[in-house]
Design a protein. Structure first.
Length: 367
């Protein structure tokens, strides 16, 4: 938890993306405000410098970026061994309006690289370098965003995330970004919603290209803790299925669930911590403070597909996914034991209107 964070608020249903979170202290002014702005600008410049230095770790396998049109909506992702998820991930986001995918493959051995090079709307880079040492892939993606994302609406996702938002089946992303621009917004917030099966996480089969939500059809609707971090004015949301199942004794170690996956990019922007926060800090204000609501979405998180137990054993040994891997050994051990996440608090997913009714996303006036 960051020093100086606002006191956590519990939301048994609903999140600040979809409701007002109350009055916030205004940003500091005068000398204090100037010093904070200088520190944050220096941090942003350092992140861009890191990206420049680490771009040498990337080897292009196929570069089709010359075909990107000025108004194309782009998707950036870093992945490893995602051949099972990629066909549906690509199809889902193409249907939403993504025109080009810029991907970094971090040493896949399951054919993910071959699958991606065969796609006409994908540019692919590859690296065997450390995922952890690259800020969990963000240094590599920051470089690609700096080079290719400027002036575009950019979606930054993991391969196990599927974006949904109000009216997503009938209104493509360009309609959403047009609405955001009309509201003077350059960023869009979403909640990571852990989806899970009814039985043990290893059971069942999901074929490549199949919608994983048909198998992972359950989620937790409540028990979310929300703070606003005053330094960068970003949200910090925890809770849901993983907090309940794996971190009930130490809830402050539960995964961070708020993300800002969609941004109208500028070459001077940089993500700070995955896609949980950005610089400059104005991009983090994806919540309402005036009693109204802002349009928001949900990232359906498909982590718990069959194969998760074997993958957890591998990732525990690789030690690439957490800054302090030893603190998460018990988390991996529990996953390896093939848990059942479904409980009496579980809700069967039916669509975005259900998520809106439960306060997990909002139309925010986009009717």
């Amino acid at each position: 938890m960051a020093t100086g964070a606002k006191t956590a608020r519990s939301f048994p249903r609903g999140l600040p993306h979809a409701c007002a979170i109350g009055e916030l202290d205004p940003p500091p002014t005068g000398l204090t405000g100037a010093l904070l702005a200088l520190k944050l600008r220096s941090r942003r410049q350092l992140l861009l410098l890191r990206a420049f230095r680490r771009h040498r770790q990337l080897a292009p396998l196929v570069d089709r970026t010359a075909g990107i049109a000025p108004d194309d909506l782009l998707c950036f992702l870093c992945l490893r061994n995602e051949a099972q998820r990629l066909p549906h991930f690509l199809a889902h986001h193409r249907a939403l309006g993504v025109r080009h995918f810029l991907a970094v493959d971090n040493g896949s051995s399951d054919g993910s690289d071959r699958l991606l090079t065969d796609q006409p709307d994908v540019s692919l880079w590859q690296t065997p370098a450390s995922y952890k040492a690259s800020r969990f892939g963000m240094d590599w993606l920051t470089w690609l965003q700096l080079r290719h994302g400027h002036g575009h609406w950019c979606l930054t996702l993991d391969a196990d995330e599927l974006l949904v938002y109000p009216h997503w089946q009938t209104r493509p992303l360009p309609a959403l970004t047009g609405w955001l621009e009309a509201q003077g917004r350059d960023s869009f917030g979403a909640l990571t919603l852990d989806m899970y099966p009814e039985g043990p996480v290893s059971r069942g089969q999901v074929a490549p290209g199949e919608d994983p939500i048909r198998h992972l059809s359950w989620f937790d609707a409540g028990n979310y803790q929300v703070q606003v971090q005053p330094r960068m004015r970003n949200l910090w949301v925890q809770g849901g299925a993983r907090a309940r199942a794996f971190f009930s004794a130490e809830p402050r170690r539960a995964p961070t669930l708020n993300k800002i996956p969609l941004v109208r990019w500028h070459r001077r922007f940089a993500y700070v911590n995955s896609t949980h926060s950005l610089l400059p800090p104005r991009l983090n204000e994806v919540y309402a403070t005036d009693g109204g609501e802002l349009t928001s979405g949900v990232l359906l998180h498909t982590k718990f597909l069959p194969g998760i137990t074997e993958r957890s054993a591998e990732e525990k040994l690789r030690r690439e996914h957490f800054s302090n891997a030893d603190q998460f050994s018990a988390y991996y051990d529990r996953l390896i034991r093939d848990p059942v996440l479904h409980e009496n608090v579980s809700n069967r997913y039916t669509g975005w209107r259900q998520l809106e009714a439960k306060g997990l996303l909002s139309r925010g006036g986009w009717v």
